[in-house]
Design a protein around this ligand. Structure first.
Ligand code: BGC
Length: 382
């Protein structure tokens, strides 16, 4: 172990301290003086896309508190889903002397200048949840297995329609079923992974006509939702009902990649006379993020499923990775192949996700302390 003195200052000081303990910067003691480690001089800039969606609020809170517990100062910014605002916020973090950046981008292709200036200032960059593309200056990526999230979304659609059982075996239903597809924002790399995972899973059923995409809109460009906006999804669902289902036919399933979109889609369907719940003809609608309003809808039998990505675990992973960089180490990756950002393959740490159905809300979400029973009942975070 290296010996260091309190005389060392700034980043070098904290870097050495963390390297000394190997167990995280926040818990280090200065071996030479016995004084607690002082990581308080190090500031980590955290950029999140928007406060419109609950998951990013939870992510921001969890990353901030994890970093603060580890002894860092945190500059957390939300950008209202506005690309120039996010660029400016990151520019400012760099100007103010951030020692590391954790970035959840709005448009994954719009941060090359910011990343170049981070690199020029030797500031490590961790892409958070969403890959930052077209730049060699992304040092690490923490996320979920996004392809698998798409597979899970499609799987839950098949389970809801009765084509599969929850254990993956063949279900009792035969189809054919009318379905429609939605995807996320094209400038979000994740949207492509979700859609690919979903389509690889659904394609065999579309090929053998068990599933019929009646609108014929099956390309991601046709079904994407810019900025993941709920009202955009609601409008597209309304348009689909008018253009494709005014002949008396019914849509029976909707692949939706995010709970906000799912709620827009459900509203459009209810306004057109579907439901209100699945037992009264609401199609099987999937989702993602286990947002509380959607968990309530699942509990009430209106939305069929969502995907639970435990943002607490992602935040922990971001903190661990930040500590490694600030200790002069490399964070541990568990995937060095999947995430090519157009310039390089970014070493990544991928976390697992779970499908939430009505019957496992208790075990996945309540028992783990993600939501309380009261929150699920009211549909509101307390
Ligand atoms: C995230 C999803 C989220 C979506 C919309 C994606 O990048 O991975 O969890 O639903 O953005 O906010």
């Amino acid at each position: 172990m290296r010996r260091i003195t309190m005389a060392a200052a700034g980043a070098i000081f904290a870097l050495s301290l963390a390297a000394c303990s190997g167990s995280g910067a926040g818990s280090t003691d200065d071996e030479s003086t016995g004084a607690p480690a002082d990581t308080g001089d190090l500031t980590i800039g955290v950029a999140m896309p928007t406060q419109e969606s609950e998951r990013w609020i939870a992510d921001g809170d969890a990353v901030k508190s994890g970093l603060e517990k580890a002894g860092y100062k945190v500059d957390l910014q939300y950008a209202n889903n506005d690309i120039p605002t996010q660029q400016q916020q990151i520019d400012q973090m760099i100007t103010k002397g951030a020692d590391l950046l954790i970035l959840a981008s709005i448009d994954g292709t719009a941060l090359s200048n910011q990343l170049q200036s981070a690199a020029d200032n030797d500031i490590p960059v961790i892409a958070y949840d969403r890959l930052i593309r077209d730049s060699e200056n992304v040092d690490f990526y923490v996320t979920f297995d996004n392809y698998k999230v798409g597979v899970q979304q499609a799987t839950s659609l098949l389970v809801g329609l009765g084509l599969l059982k929850a254990d993956g075996s063949k279900g009792d239903a035969a189809g054919p079923f009318n379905i429609e597809l939605f995807a996320g924002s094209l400038d979000d790399n994740n949207a492509h992974f979700f859609f690919k995972g979903a389509m690889d899973t659904l394609q065999p059923y579309i090929d053998d006509k068990t599933l019929v995409v009646k609108s014929d809109q099956t390309k991601i460009e046709q079904v994407a939702t810019l900025r993941w906006l709920q009202e955009t999804a609601q409008k597209r669902m309304e348009d689909l009902l008018t253009s494709t289902y005014s002949d008396g036919s019914k849509v029976q399933g909707v692949l939706s990649p995010y709970d906000g979109l799912s709620r827009g889609i459900i509203t459009a369907l209810q306004n057109a006379g579907y439901g209100p719940g699945i037992d009264a003809g609401m199609p099987i609608v999937t989702g993602q993020d286990a947002e509380i309003a959607s968990v309530k809808l699942i509990n009430d039998g209106v939305q069929y499923s969502t995907i639970f990505k435990d943002t607490r675990k992602l935040a922990d992973q971001a903190v661990t990775s930040a500590q490694a960089f600030l200790a002069g180490d490399k964070p541990e990756a568990n995937d060095t192949e999947s995430y090519d950002n157009g310039v390089k393959v970014v070493p990544s740490f991928l976390l697992d996700s779970d499908i939430v159905y009505k019957d496992n809300i208790q075990s996945l979400l309540i028992d783990s302390g993600y939501w309380s029973a009261d929150e699920v009942a009211s549909g509101q975070a307390s």
